[in-house]
Design a protein. Sequence first.
Length: 294
Amino acid sequence: MTAMRARTARAWLWGVAGIIVLAILWEGYKWLGPADGVVIGGARVLPRTSDLAMPHVWDMAGRLFENVTRAETSGPLWLAVASAALVTLGIAAVGWLVGVVVGIGLSLVMLRWRIAEWGLLPWIVLSQTVPLIAFAPVVKSWGSRVVIGSFEWQDWMSVALIASYLAFFPIAIGALRGLQSPDTIHLELMHTYGIGWWKTLGRLRFPASVPYLLPALRLGAANAVIGAVVAEVSTGLQGGIGRILIQYAGQASGDPAKAWGPIFGAIVLGLVAAGSVALLGVILKNYRRVEVGT
């Protein structure tokens, strides 16, 4: 337990140190970099150092505690960002759950029938090349035509579907690799004892897949957040952090620090999503004896 706490403390310290280093690099470039940015071959590879393009770190942090607008009824920026982030987190969580079901389902199909792996795996990989910016409006258009009895498709469902579209890929690949990871000698032993495919799956393959599945689930959670934010931007869904990203970016010329509020919120949102999935590692700690790659 002490060693685990020490590893957790080191991880937090390294995370805080990384943030501090990033802030120092930001301010260092802003102080030393050229006003027009770094231009190589006619292309700007590093941004301008003006306050409009690169506000000071303390200005961006301080702006979070100021009101969103000058109206007296307006609340602090951090509260608006947190509220929008919670909306997006809920939608991303639904997308992640759908991605888990689809991803693990596909991995089981590919595990059970080798011909299914040959046929499905290339299409699963190819599916991730579709640009979300173009795909999201199409999903919203299709969804608006779905009416089953009293059920009507909601706009947030289109966002959740796109989030699941990004989430299922790493989960399917990670689960498949994990389920195929047991040694042949162990599989042959189960076969010798007359243990069927489903019992072998539950007693051997699933426990062996945990070291592969947990990172895939974390990556799927982060992808679900990315998909939800991009889909909110593309579909125009109100209330989420993707919408205020666009809204505040349009106000950046007059209030550049404000535009960074939802960006920080989206970063924290991704960390929360991936960290929440990491709690599964505590529940499944007895199955994490073998590290991936060993």
